[in-house]
Design a protein around this ligand. Structure first.
Ligand code: NI
Ligand code: MN
Length: 227
């Protein structure tokens, strides 16, 4: 069983009996966060891109816990230079980790350290194979047609899709993404953290369940979805 714990925004912990992976660990100054960075224990930290609301507390958690940060090579090197253990990969590449196989997927977005003229490579998403389940975290991205390839390749059990609009897909494009990806379940993310990304996730649930056979689970920060 995989426990999918939502921490708010794009941050999730995926736990199995042996491993805990945290994706986009933004706790400090995250208005939606259910926990503080010091409460997090994990062995891997997956980071989709360099924006503060995703890279977040990755380095401090990695240094305290000894967890390995996984991201594109530029981001992984940036974290390693700050003393964190890291594993660099790149778009399209997969690797067999002790927890399972992980493949990096494209994402249409930026990846600078905002406010500094420093780019951490390209942004990405992740397909994570854990305990026989396939989980897709899209990262920050707009809709793209190659999501259909991911849907063809992987029998996705769960897709974590942004719906906030402005910086990422809005709800209508996320419905199209769900059509292309064909996961069993979708959980919306990256909304209501800031006024500019305010959305009604239940309206998204209505739309996606009317247009597809995908089930939508709206979960609040602090809630756990098991699959
Ligand atoms: Ni971003
Ligand atoms: Mn973001």
């Amino acid at each position: 069983m995989v426990k999918v714990h939502f921490h708010g925004h794009a941050c999730f912990s995926l736990s199995t009996p042996e491993h805990t992976l945290v994706i986009d660990p933004w706790f400090t100054d995250n208005p939606l966060a259910d926990l503080e960075a010091k409460d997090i224990n994990c062995d891997y930290i997956l980071v989709t891109h360099g924006h503060f609301d995703h890279l977040g507390d990755a380095v401090s958690i990695a240094k305290r816990t000894g967890a390995t940060i996984i991201g594109v090579a530029e981001l992984a090197t940036y974290c390693a230079n700050q003393g964190a253990k890291s594993h660099g990969m790149h778009i399209g590449g997969g690797y067999q980790f002790p927890f399972g196989r992980l493949q990096l997927t494209p994402a249409w977005h930026g990846s600078s350290v905002l406010g500094e003229n420093l780019y951490l490579g390209c942004p990405c998403g992740f397909v994570i194979q854990l305990e026989g389940k396939y989980i897709y975290h899209a990262g920050d991205t707009g809709l793209f047609g190659d999501m259909e390839l991911l849907g063809n390749k992987y029998p996705l059990d769960l897709a974590l899709l942004p719906i906030g609009d402005n910086f990422v897909m809005g709800p209508d494009d996320a419905v199209t993404a769900a059509k292309l990806l064909r996961p069993k379940t979708v959980i919306p993310m990256h909304y209501n953290t800031f006024d500019i990304i305010r959305q009604d996730p239940y309206l998204f649930k209505e739309k996606v369940e009317a247009a597809t056979t995908v089930k939508c689970e709206v979960i609040e920060p602090g809630q756990i979805f098991s699959l």
